[in-house]
Design a protein around this ligand. Sequence first.
Ligand code: NAD
Ligand code: TYD
Length: 353
Amino acid sequence: MAQTRSILITGGAGFIGSHVVRRFVTKYPQYRIVNLDALTYAGNLENLRDIEASANYTFVKGDIRDVGLLGKLFTVHAIDGVIHLAAESHVDRSITDPMAFVSTNVIGTVTLLNAARDAWKGVSTGKRFYHVSTDEVYGSLQDDGFFTERTPYAPQSPYSASKAASDHFVRAYGNTYKLPFVLTNCSNNYGSHHFPEKLIPLMINNIRTNKPLPVYGKGENVRDWLWVEDHAAAIDTVFHNGVDGETYNIGGHNEWRNIDLVKLLCAIMDRKLDRPIGESAELITYVTDRAGHDLRYAIDAGKIERELGWRPSITFEEGLERTVDWYLANTAWLDHVTSGTYRHYYEEQYSKR
Ligand code: NAD
Ligand code: TYD
């Protein structure tokens, strides 16, 4: 099949990245998809087992901070689009090791911007640099209001500060070097292949294995949850139809207090595991709050809905059912991730190639 585009997806072995890679590889056989991922603790090639043999897919183990590698990839694959997801993504880790976040999220993003700028040499037609970011750059809301694309940046954790810095660099390269970019800020995602250090997969795994369910503080913090495949669909829409230089907020119109969400998960798991009603909720344990814990995130996704016609395809109830079903059907994935054996997959699969 004649190849019409060549897209570099960074962080494609992670949670959201693997859904984006799968969507693009299967939906667009006419595109070459190059997945560049350093396979940090969060990168798991088992996430892509089902598509790894596809003719239009190439995996490259490497770092977005590697200038030489990036130059080579842009040339060898004639990259004309970038979808940049590679990042350190966990707020709790950013509190213990902020420099790792500066290094990958800020320096890594600028290194990638330089590579695109150098490869595209001022030509913008047919080129696109898509930066995937988070609603956390806007800071924390109180009880009312929503983040819009015009909300001033006010990041409050080392993670969100590093993502905010990377967003500023992307816009600065658009302004200064006329690099054609689009940028999206999305709310919390949930779904399959989510590393069980984040709230929803951690709770599912702990309920399954009868471990305490650590709820930070009083559990009153609010997050706006979006099914990861709807985020991947939004990325597809913005990559193809978004306007150069524009930002789009992506969200699920779906706010939950952490404690209510954990109780809902407990109820679903009681039903799925044939436990007496209320048994899983007995595992709930209130623990010391996260330092500087943002109270509430909530996205106004009106712009992407009006201008590009994207909206979430399923309800939270349906998404959560599918998500729980996936983890219960893929306990080997969870066991590999929690025991660390997933890290051998690369050697097993790729050392022979
Ligand atoms: P993740 O932590 O699951 O995956 C990150 C991936 O990036 C991993 O595969 C990792 O190996 C790779 N990576 C890390 N450092 C790298 C480096 N230096 N070079 C190359 N690869 C590297 O993250 P995620 O939850 O899938 O998030 C993906 C992107 O989406 C991030 O940019 C994040 O800020 C953004 N985002 C996430 C959410 C969410 O709810 N998870 C919401 C909005 C935006
Ligand atoms: P998380 O999944 O880490 O995403 P983020 O901090 O980027 O929103 O956390 C979601 C919410 O759940 C956040 O308010 C922190 C809280 N939380 C807990 O209460 N217990 C946990 O074990 C974790 C991981 C998170």
